[in-house]
Design a protein around this ligand. Structure first.
Ligand code: ACO
Length: 353
């Protein structure tokens, strides 16, 4: 082998290590400019509908719903408007965080459907809580809370003037269902959950995944007619292939959880709590068994609220925050999945006392 030319030797022995050190420092810097959850809140409609009530007008039973889904009751919108629930959840989260609406620099609202097509729910809620910051809605179906957290994290990294972000997930999936279709309407409930975020080092990793698969879960709505439409159009209630969704949910959730846990050098035993989208207790149990973890690490409230779409995770988080289940320093994995198919997981250290 010939001798290495001096300029190559200079690059490898002097310049390269300097560049590597710079990149390492930069990566570290990017990693530490992150966020903490400092407040949570939730709001539920006032009407409680138990399984037995459904069997008065549907060919179903408490026994079927409980064993197949884990749901015992749900809170359903009757006289409330979704924006009222969203605003209440936001106010509770702000109070828990000890800040006011004027302190907010951004609001992200996760929502699949509400009475308004425009303006966005976030704009309506912004006014109701007295905030003046920019806001927008996102629709990542039931995975919306994780997507909103990831976007918020990116804002903290990229915008130096942002210190507080409010994420609110407000959903009324019961308005998407055909209430004569027992295989869908028994699954859902309405509600809102919110979280206030600030700069910190609590949130450690995200994994987001989307792959287009419309067939298993969709709803198409009718738009206004125009004199020029020639295509055949049809709208209707939510259509779901339950078993397909079940399999996709388990697969994507396990995949995302693996990425945030093993990808960050942790084992599944290192995680204190796995907070999963509350869609079906059997989905939660399948994931828990695959990870060989104890039941206590998978808190759930699906028995009380049914599937509240993207609101389910912040509602669960708020319950655990308020009943002091979570301790400062606990390692938590959030994981959700929904129509699209969209899915995501987030690894964080709980930073509230
Ligand atoms: N009451 C009584 N019987 C019912 C009901 C009901 N409410 N719903 C369906 N059945 C019947 C069916 O008609 C079928 O009867 P058959 O055998 O005579 O044909 C039988 O029960 C079995 O139906 P399956 O669909 O095979 O039941 P399965 O065990 O798969 O459970 C369920 C259905 C609960 C929907 C399940 O597939 C599931 O949870 N899938 C995932 C759903 C989900 O997570 N959706 C939301 C994810 S995304 C988001 O959150 C928006």
């Amino acid at each position: 082998m010939g001798r290495i030319p001096p300029h190559i030797a200079t690059v490898t022995t002097i310049i390269l290590p300097i560049v590597c050190t710079q990149i390492h420092l930069l990566t570290k810097l990017i990693k530490i400019i992150k966020m903490n959850i400092i407040g949570t809140g939730r709001a539920h409609p006032s009407l409680t509908v138990a399984n037995d009530m459904l069997s008065t007008f549907l060919d179903t039973s408490d026994e079927w719903i409980t064993t197949r889904t884990g749901i015992k009751q749900r809170q359903l919108i009757s006289h409330e408007k979704l924006e009222d629930l969203a605003a209440e959840a936001c106010k509770n989260a702000l109070q828990d965080a000890g800040i006011s609406a004027e302190d907010l620099d951004f609001i992200i609202c996760s929502n699949v459907v509400n009475e308004h097509i425009t303006p966005s729910l976030s704009c309506i809620v912004q006014g109701m809580i007295g905030a003046t910051c920019p806001c927008f809605d996102l629709n990542s179906a039931c995975a919306g809370f994780i997507y909103a957290l990831d976007i918020a994290n990116s804002f903290f990294k990229s915008k130096s003037d942002i210190n507080h972000i409010l994420v609110v997930c407000a959903e009324e999936p019961t308005r998407m269902c055909d209430w004569q279709e027992r295989s869908t309407c028994v699954l859902f409930g309405d509600g809102a959950g919110a979280a206030v975020l600030t700069r910190g080092d609590g949130v450690e990793a995200f994994s987001l995944s989307s792959f287009s698969s419309v067939e298993p879960l969709y709803q198409i709505r009718n738009l206004e007619k125009t004199p020029f439409i020639t295509k055949k159009e049809f709208g209707g209630p939510l259509v779901m292939k339950g078993q397909d969704v079940f399999k996709l949910a388990v697969k994507s959730s396990l995949n995302d959880i693996q990425k945030v846990v093993e990808g960050n050098g942790l084992t599944y035993d290192d995680v204190d709590y796995y907070l999963l989208h509350q869609a079906n207790i059997r989905i939660i149990e399948t994931i828990r068994k695959s990870l060989h973890q104890d039941k206590v690490k998978f808190p759930h409230n699906i028995e009380n609220y049914g599937n509240t779409s993207s609101a389910s995770l912040p509602i669960l988080l708020d319950e655990l925050n308020r009943n002091q289940t979570l301790n400062c320093g606990d390692t938590i994995v959030l994981s959700a999945f929904g129509a699209g198919f969209t899915a995501g997981a987030c690894l964080l250290k709980w930073s509230k006392n």
